[in-house]
Design a protein around this ligand. Sequence first.
Ligand SMILES: NC(=O)C1=CN([C@@H]2O[C@H](COP(=O)(O)OP(=O)(O)OC[C@H]3O[C@@H](n4cnc5c(N)ncnc54)[C@H](O)[C@@H]3O)[C@@H](O)[C@H]2O)[C@@H](O)CC1
Ligand SMILES: [K+]
Length: 565
Amino acid sequence: MAEVLTAAQMRRIEESAIASGAVTGATLMERAGQGVVDAILAHWPELNHSEDAGSGMAGEGAVPTGLPLRAVVLCGPGNNGGDGFVIARLLKRKGWAVEVFLFGDPLRLTGDAKLNYTRWCALGSVQSDLDLIDRFADAGLEADLFVDAIFGTGLTRALPDRLADLLGKVAGCRTVRTVAVDIASGICTDSGRMLQPADPQPAVSKASFDLTVTFHRAKRGHLSQEGALASGHLAIVDIGLDLAHQTLRRKLAVPSLEDACLGSISHWVGQTDDANPAFDVPLAGVLAKDAFGHKFRHGHALVFSGETCKTGAARLAARGALRIGAGLVTLAVPGNALSEVAAQVTAIMIAPVSGSGDALNLLQDSRLNALCIGPGLGVALARSLVPIALKQTRAVRRSVVLDADALTAFAAAPDDLFALLHSNCVLTPHFGEFTRLFPDLAQKLVARPTHGPAYSRYDAVCEAADRAGCVVLLKGPDTVIASPEGQVSVNAALFENQAPWLATAGSGDVLAGFITGLMARGVPAMRAAEMGVWLHAQCGRNLGPGLIAEDLPEELPHVFRSILS
Ligand SMILES: NC(=O)C1=CN([C@@H]2O[C@H](COP(=O)(O)OP(=O)(O)OC[C@H]3O[C@@H](n4cnc5c(N)ncnc54)[C@H](O)[C@@H]3O)[C@@H](O)[C@H]2O)[C@@H](O)CC1
Ligand SMILES: [K+]
């Protein structure tokens, strides 16, 4: 899985590369600017022919009018602005007409940003912020390209109102191609939250860029919250920091007091980078079944069903567990729901369970190696079953997925649940369920983010996993998964990976079943959660509009075939 960094981790990598003497800050800035220009031309090939292509509308391609292409670059006061001056120079060298604006005082520029400001000034003018707003609103909307180089990883507080308004206006305008350098200005790199002023009238920018070009690795904020919406297509360019990165990785593996504040490196589920495959437990290996294996070698999942008329969720989960490869799946069904369930399932087996005694007896069977408790179970049934199942399985650390009612059942006493959990358990809350179990963490997540780094979904899920002592998966378009050991991953079902059709009744039940099935196959809890959520999103993407939850397990064979081929 590709690594995802925080601003502090990125800064540390950059500093150690510079300190080692391998590279200067100016060279890194030049590579960053060049990388952005290359990414722009790769994303919009019609902009490659500046000599014979003129101003045209985004989406329609360039119109060959003989006029030079026109860019507006809005620079900020720090190194993000410095990248902007490099980009302006490189575009100008390609024959573009480039207008540069500076939000800030040129006399206060320092270091590499000042160097590149000076180099740009030899080629063209810089509009100062006094006349920026009105001039730019007109200029930007007519340009072929708008470059946001105002703030990057150094953003610590909200954008001034007028700047936020301006960015919202430009990025919302479909007639100009918009690119954000490193990250959309206003977005906190670590949380993806749009930083807001402390006063009650927030300057919320609706800026959503066509393209964001970041350096070396994706940052947490590109894949979560408003940052995921603002980023558009994310391009990651290499600026030669791999050696310094390896040093950081080694340091974090044996953290000293000095490095502890950098935290662990998080991962982007299903993405590869230079150093990492899509999954460190190879998915193809999990999906392929041993030619001489029999069903009992592929695990036996047990899913607890609710009472009559409430059995659909458990049946969806069971179907998901079976399709994902569990050798056998049994539904534990209350007496009043037996005929209802029996009429609906075929390959899935049924075990009548009409009270705690039956449940305890069933759970004696050690071949049942993964349990799914919660979908459609009903809060009362869940409150009695969860302690039975967890106490009975605690000694052997049997894999358990707790979802829906199994989480809600402990809203009044979350600590009672946490006392029962162990490292082979996975909790799969949506935000409402998360709020019931971790109200203080949810409160921090919804509080107005006025300063960076703002409290993030990564922070919240890590704290939750630590408190619960098991894997926690917080569902959403940006699903975050964390283990009690501090590993954290994100599955961003956004932009080219978006699967909004998953927001449908029963979809979460199928996800719980997928994770249970993978754990029945012997996949460790954290990996099962990562793989399950990624496969779920792949099924959603394949199916597209019209998707209903029943379709999701049935789509798995197609997804598997494309992975295995
Ligand atoms: N870290 C790296 O490895 C590299 C960084 N580069 C660029 O450098 C950027 C980081 O540069 P900086 O650390 O200078 O930070 P920024 O350029 O993001 O911000 C500049 C400064 O603006 C001030 N500021 C923050 N929020 C503000 C607000 N709301 N209103 C007014 N002022 C505010 C802060 O003092 C901050 O240090 C990256 O995003 C990237 O674009 C690249 O040049 C190359 C490599
Ligand atoms: K930016």
